[in-house]
Design a protein around this ligand. Structure first.
Ligand code: SF4
Ligand code: SF4
Length: 76
């Protein structure tokens, strides 16, 4: 499982956020849709796993969540 923490701004508050990837359901290197789709290069391949490479670059757009065919990714 890949897990990354970062902080997001919500109006005037800064909140801790997380990206969670369930590698048990991930199609791994045969997919890579989330890695390619992320506009901020947050996600990366690590062997057959998909991992959070740079959580601090995440802008909380949730494109990765939407594009994953197996619902592996949760951004909150
Ligand atoms: S929420 Fe957006 S910026 Fe963050 S990892 Fe997913 S696609 Fe990338
Ligand atoms: S889009 Fe989903 S299934 Fe595809 S590599 Fe990313 S987490 Fe894995």
């Amino acid at each position: 499982m890949g897990l990354g923490s970062f902080f997001k701004r919500n109006n005037d508050k800064v909140e801790e956020s997380h990206i969670e990837i369930s590698n048990a359901d991930c199609n791994g290197s045969s997919c890579e849709k989330c890695v390619i789709a992320c506009p901020n290069n947050v996600l990366a391949k690590d062997g057959d796993d998909t991992v959070v490479g740079n959580a601090f670059a995440c802008k909380h757009c949730r494109v990765c969540e939407a594009i994953c065919p197996n619902d592996c990714i949760t951004v909150n």
